[in-house]
Design a binder for this molecule. Structure first.
Ligand code: MOS
Length: 757
């Protein structure tokens, strides 16, 4: 990726307005962030005496609160108010889980004496300082009446698995094509393997935090969210308010990964505390509290059955998933959904079942579905390739579908084979030993592995406003969030290029529910949805200016064709004539000019199977005496439509790939089988890759433009990097050792035991 290494002068040359979209520009808010001036939710200092709320969590998972003693806590210096279910204001009941708008539903807190998971908020202590609130919280005494029959262990409850109503993203829980049972039974080669993946937690750098303040009947909330509109509606529903009485502001987010798509207790309790005290209230969840009170990824048990001919053609393919959901809620991750579009096979089955447990609800976490799903399917494909003595890439190419195998519609673009071939070439895949355990480097057993990556491309309705000022600067506004992915930057690029202005002349303002509505960041739909709306707004603005100029006798463009007008270099041009924007605006719109833009799903969205693709390659070393695994190098090659900014996009991919390394080798949340608590609730015991775990990782993009996806031709990249990444490591471990561990994460104890056996 030479563009990453261009010197600054070259980069400046590339930023001439005509070539802004697609240029590897630095983040426009980068300086703010590295100088500590970017304000995150918890940094917000409202006018008025700020009070601090500290959440008291339940210490049982199922039962009732018998008594709460807040006496001693209330007497502590600085304590303002203690809120429990006894004095909390009326709220709407918990929104029904089985609704399309899951992220906009009411989420009451402290609304009853009922306890439904360990760590559920049972009180909010509000004090003049965080320290006073925390100290007083430790003095709140809660007595519980536990209920018998609590269930925390998915593996022990498999026979109680239920069929969910549907799975995330509105997909069916089961699909069937052809006759799987018959075809699998008749297949010359059969693979029937079960993989498990553990509970995982999101752990963004910035934990959840909210500062809330009431102005009469209007609530203003500064919170860390992936989408201010969902948040606004959910808070309004919770407190039975009209949505317009709630304003949500979020200018910077230190990572979301799905957990900041729904609202959580911090937002609800801050709003409640502010109402009851008449003061602005800040509630920040501690890192430990986020484990029960934000999103976790479900544990999964995945059975893969692959029937094939001896030359490697899949005749039958089944992916059956069992996962956890809360007893009081329902969320089913779409773990097997991507399998429906990845490989050709005439007979197919996918299914999702849920085990209802007394744990917090599982919810979306980066690449819900593909991330844990690919850890099994992409290893099963590797197992089949080994069984058939076919190269894993050749096996995948042999099963490349010509149309979406379950929906029977064409693919908009399908870059999988190109990614695998480019990656094989660059990675030196030909050097992979075809016999496992055959390559050594000193004491290390060395292996190569690969995996396919696939991620659906979503597009959501979005609006944007652009205003051009008389001094030829522009302001773009929409409620979109930048969760650290580069949204401010790419939207600035799109607006500047379309308006023919330098980057510095465009100010993008995001993260405010008073701005035109957006879907926010999530599902990797952010760039394409918000970018298309901004493109449309800027195009509409150009149209307005062109109409004004071509009908104005004082303009050099008078009587020109408005459809041929372009904006470049601070001027409006058509048919070889040009007028500066300043001159035109001074006459035609001395107060500036505003245009609106929007995007929504069209016919192509349903007529085509739209996905982004990739191929991961990993080389690992395994210590044969300890089972220790070290990643040695990794490459991801991706085809994700037009890349709006290769620098921020690459950063997304690398981040996703590193998360894949964590998923393969170390990440795992443990449930205490006695109490139903997640026990490793910090980054000391919840292991994620550190710098020393990550050697050279490279991510490159193939040239692509998906004209079915949206007017920009871009597809989402936020979640693609993790899809399949971990499977490439697991497959490399097999190639290094000849042992296959099917229980993630592949910690050294499991690898060691397999090596001994
Ligand atoms: Mo993503 S899990 O939709 O933020």
């Amino acid at each position: 990726m030479d563009e990453q290494h261009m010197d600054e002068r070259q980069q400046r040359r590339r930023t001439a307005p005509a070539a802004l979209i697609g240029a590897p520009l630095d983040r426009v808010e980068g300086r703010l962030k590295v100088t500590g001036r970017a304000l995150y939710a918890g940094d917000h200092a409202p006018e008025g005496p700020l009070a601090y709320g500290y959440v008291v969590e339940s210490t049982i998972a199922r039962g009732r609160i018998a008594a709460i003693d807040t006496e001693a806590a209330s007497r502590m210096a600085g304590v303002v108010l203690i809120v429990t279910h006894r004095n909390a204001p009326a709220q709407a009941p918990y929104g029904p889980p089985k609704v399309a708008q899951r992220f906009q539903r009411a989420k009451p807190a402290l609304d009853s004496d009922r306890i439904q998971y360990y760590g559920q908020p049972v009180a909010l202590v509000i004090a003049d300082s965080f320290e006073a609130a925390r100290a007083a919280a430790a003095l709140v005494k809660v007595r519980y009446t536990p209920e018998w029959g609590a269930r925390y262990n998915m593996r022990a409850e498999l026979r109680n698995a239920d069929t969910p109503d549907g799975i995330n993203a509105g997909m069916p829980h089961d699909t069937a094509v052809g006759n799987f049972d018959q075809a699998f039974a008749a297949a010359p080669v059969q693979l029937d393997v079960t993989y498990t993946t553990p509970y995982e937690h999101v752990n963004p750098m910035e934990p959840h935090a909210t500062v809330a303040r009431w102005h009469g009947d209007r609530l203003v909330v500064h919170t860390s969210t992936q989408g201010v509109n969902n948040c606004q509606i959910a808070i309004a529903k919770t407190f039975n308010l009209p949505a317009e009485n709630v304003r949500v502001v979020c200018k910077h987010v230190g990572g979301g990964f799905g957990a900041k798509v729904p609202i959580h207790a911090d937002a609800v309790l801050a709003a409640m505390g502010a109402r009851l005290t008449g003061r602005p209230v800040k509630v920040a969840l501690t890192r430990q509290q986020t484990f029960a009170n934000t999103n976790h990824r479900t544990e999964t048990r995945q059975r893969l059955r692959l029937g094939a001919t001896r030359d490697g053609r899949l005749t039958a393919l089944a992916h059956d998933v069992i996962e956890q959901t809360a007893r009081y809620d329902e969320f089913a991750e779409q773990t097997a959904a991507f399998t429906r579009s990845l490989y050709a096979a005439p007979n197919r089955l996918t299914s999702h079942r849920v085990v209802r447990l007394d744990l917090p609800p599982s919810d979306i976490m980066r690449a819900p579905g593909e991330a844990p799903g690919a850890l099994s399917l992409e290893c099963a494909m590797d197992e089949l390739a080994h069984r058939l003595a076919i190269d894993p890439i050749a096996l995948r190419e042999r099963n490349e579908p010509t149309v979406d195998p379950e929906r029977n519609v064409p693919f908009s673009t399908r870059g999988l084979v190109a990614c695998m071939r480019e990656g094989a070439e660059r990675f030196g895949w030909a050097r992979r030993p075809s016999t496992p355990g055959a390559l050594r480097d000193g004491r290390w057993l060395v292996g190569y592995g690969m995996s396919a990556a696939i991620r659906p491309n979503y597009l959501q309705a979005c609006k944007a406003e652009v205003k051009l000022f008389p001094d030829a600067t522009a302001r773009v506004r929409l409620s979109m969030t930048d969760i650290g992915t580069g949204t401010y930057t790419i939207l600035t690029q799109i607006a500047a290029e379309t308006l023919g202005l330098p980057m510095e002349a465009v100010r993008v303002e995001l993260g405010d529910s008073d701005f035109p509505p957006s879907p926010g960041s999530g599902g990797s739909w952010g760039a394409a949805s918000s970018g298309s709306a901004v493109l449309d707004a800027c195009t509409a603005l150009r149209g307005k200016l062109a109409a004004a100029a071509t009908t104005d006798a004082a303009s050099p463009l008078y009587r020109g064709d408005p459809a041929r007008a372009v904006m470049a270099g601070g001027r409006l041009q058509a048919d070889g004539k040009a007028e500066s924007l300043r001159a035109l605006l001074a006459r035609a719109a001395p107060g500036g000019i505003i245009a609106m833009g929007e995007i929504q799903r069209g016919k192509d969205y349903v007529d085509y199977s739209q996905h982004a693709y990739g191929a991961h390659f990993a080389e690992v070393g395994v210590d044969p005496d300890s089972g220790e695994i070290r990643l040695r190098r990794m490459l991801g090659v991706f085809a994700a439509g037009r890349i709006l900014n290769p620098k921020t996009a690459r950063s997304q991919m690398i981040g996703g790939m590193i998360w894949g390394v964590g998923a393969a080798l170390m990440e795992e949340s443990w449930v205490d089988p006695r109490y139903g608590a997640f026990v490793n609730r910090d980054l000391a015991s919840y292991h994620v890759p550190a710098h020393a775990d990550i050697p050279a990782i490279e991510a490159i993009f193939l040239d692509e433009h998906d004209d079915k996806a949206n007017p920009l031709g871009a597809k989402g990249v936020g979640e693609l990097g993790i899809c399949g990444a971990g499977a490439s490591l697991a497959n490399a471990v097999f190639n290094a050792t000849g042992v296959r561990v099917r229980e993630y994460p592949l910690t050294l104890d499991k690898v060691f035991a397999a090596l001994r056996a």
